[in-house]
Design a protein around this ligand. Structure first.
Ligand code: F6P
Length: 367
């Protein structure tokens, strides 16, 4: 029986457990054995008890659970070739030559590097006497498939990453809660949300909560933004009678000189210019934990099923795929194409080419 490994890597995200559950059960459905690699790539490097077979019942109840029940880690060891050699040896010893990795672009790039190096790693293991040619023979080809698990929704080529809608839901709930107290005291709140270098969570939560103003990494404020922000907020409070003011700041938001947009500076502007009693709330890791929302439950399930199909069907020549969703269709996209397109957007933002970056994300974008 073929053995398929599954691991979660990088920052955890709601829906990762649903993905592992789907991979385990689809693998069993396809007459394969499923192995969970605990603690991400660290488990692959350490082997032994960190790579364990999971059965159908082992993943019961995992669909709604937050975080990742098989653990995740940022493995320094796997970044080195010697760590990847250990990982290859452990996989051969466990009889695993197909791997589904759920994580962000860094984790998926690591998987692709591992696959490209695989024949060389096996040759080195034979040359150093750690494995014999006979041991290696059945596992000469490594198949790898990626699933994008991240609350940030920062991967090109897919409409949504596993976890982003759960996080968005949590942010909206938190902003609603802040609304109540802001309304009571007629206060302003500057709310900082996660997303690393991507403004998706900030943009979507600002739209979904009817925020007064927002700051995104992809659209740094233009000259005179302080006046504009104050005038919009004043209008909302006086003419439209709003009792509370909400400004959403993406944690990666920056100005045109690439300095981080400071939530406390925004608070000071609202306090000093408008006399608005203002507080800063940084939502932090509450945005990453908790149960997966309905969308992430079905997305992770459908994508986990597709990942097993892909890992069994791919040929040694085909590039590693990542499972995506586009216009509500679950699809396979060459992993490194998606990673490269994501990098292209980030590079433009790093070089202050913000409008170009927006056009890469959305060809219809106009400044
Ligand atoms: O990538 C997910 C994410 O939650 C980002 O939104 C955030 O910037 C980062 O991870 C936080 O990482 P850590 O949990 O290591 O502090």
């Amino acid at each position: 029986r073929r053995r398929i490994g599954v691991l979660t890597s990088g920052g955890d995200a709601p829906g990762m457990n649903g993905a592992v559950r789907a991979v385990v059960r689809m693998a069993i459905h396809c007459d394969c054995e499923a192995y969970a690699v605990f603690e991400g790539y660290e488990g692959l490097v350490n082997g032994g008890n960190m790579i364990r077979q999971l059965h159908w019942e082992d993943v019961r109840g995992w669909l709604s659970r937050g975080g990742t029940l098989i653990g995740s880690a940022r493995s320094l060891a796997f970044r080195e070739r010697v760590g990847r050699m250990k990982a290859a040896k452990n996989m051969v010893l466990k009889g695993i030559d197909a791997l589904v990795v759920c994580g962000g672009d860094g984790s998926l790039t690591g998987a692709d590097v591992f696959r490209a190096e695989w024949p060389g790693l096996l040759a080195d293991l034979i040359a150093s006497g750690e494995l014999t040619t006979e041991q290696v023979e059945p596992y000469k080809v490594l198949n790898i498939v990626g699933l994008v698990g991240s609350i940030d929704n920062d991967m090109s080529g897919t409409d949504a990453t596993i976890g982003c809608y759960s996080s968005l839901t949590r942010i909206c709930d938190a902003v609603d809660d802040v609304f109540d107290t802001a309304f009571s005291h007629q206060r302003g709140f500057v709310i900082e949300v996660m997303g690393r270098h991507c403004g998706w969570l900030a943009l979507m939560s600002a739209i979904s909560t009817g925020a007064d103003w927002m700051f995104l990494p992809e659209m740094p404020p233009k000259e005179g933004w302080e006046d504009e922000m104050c005038s919009v907020i004043t209008k909302n409070r006086t003419e439209r009678g709003k009792r509370r003011t909400i400004v959403i700041v993406a944690e990666g938001a920056q100005d045109r000189q690439l300095n981080k947009v400071s939530s406390s500076k925004i608070k000071d502007i609202l306090t000093d210019r408008l006399g608005l009693d203002t507080r800063v709330t940084i939502l932090g890791h509450t945005q990453r934990g908790g149960a997966a929302c309905a969308y992430d439950r079905w997305l992770s399930t459908l994508q986990g099923v597709e990942a097993v199909r892909a890992v069994l069907e791919m040929s040694p020549q085909s590039p590693s795929p990542v499972i995506t969703i586009r216009e509500n269709k679950i699809m396979r996209t060459p992993l490194m194409e998606a990673v490269q397109a994501t990098k292209d957007v980030s590079a433009k933002i790093d070089k202050k080419e913000f409008d170009e970056a927006m056009k890469l994300r959305d060809p219809e974008f106009k400044e």
